[in-house]
Design a protein. Structure first.
Length: 192
């Protein structure tokens, strides 16, 4: 059994507008206060087989020669790549961010590529994921009228995603098991 969720371009645009502006911190310590600030999007588009491309004003706080320097960007183009990742505890939907293009002002072109590479490495190290296995796996107590059924166990088997230019599709496979109350007379009749 599986369930399919279709998230349209408009759905993503609304979600991104509600989460922005947002600051993504790269470090957990106070010594290097590096971050990426994403403003309200000016454009949101779906890119088939890749993800969601977002254009927005942005700011980066980055370390150069041991000094934190704020860098304002009139426009930043970011690719948000949703991917299903298998973990030992189940599957998660990871949201990988990658800078594609940046309109750096007042920074020598020689430094642009280094900053982009450094920010992309810092973004890749972030764990932005939804553990849908944990969220959707559940044990539901059944009503007493369904003797001897005690609970419904819902387990996630796997997930898949597809991206085209109109929507992101998330498919989740489930296994359902009804657990019978031990010691019931109906258990013996059911087994026979």
């Amino acid at each position: 059994m599986w369930i399919e969720a279709i998230i349209t371009k408009d759905d993503f645009a609304n979600a991104i507008r509600s989460i922005t502006p947002v600051r993504i911190h790269f470090d957990d310590n106070d010594k290097t206060n590096r971050w990426l600030f994403l403003g309200q999007p000016t454009n949101v588009e779906l890119v088939a087989e890749k993800g969601i491309r977002i254009s927005c004003p942005a700011e980066i706080m980055w370390s150069m020669v041991g000094v934190n320097v704020p860098i304002k960007l009139h426009t930043l183009q970011v690719l948000l790549r949703p991917e299903i990742v298998a973990k030992p505890t189940g599957h998660v939907l990871a949201f990988n961010l990658e800078l594609e293009e940046a309109d750096f002002k007042g920074i020598p072109a020689l430094l642009d590529a280094g900053i982009m590479k450094g920010v992309n490495a810092a973004l890749a190290a972030q764990d932005l994921a939804w553990d849908f296995t944990k969220t959707l796996t559940n044990s539901v107590k059944m009503p007493k009228q369904l003797d001897p059924i005690e609970t419904l166990e819902i387990k996630v088997n796997w997930g898949k995603r597809r991206v085209d230019d109109e929507a992101v599709v998330l498919v989740v496979s489930f296994q359902l098991d009804f657990i019978r109350r031990a010691g019931s007379d109906l258990n013996a009749a059911h087994a026979a």
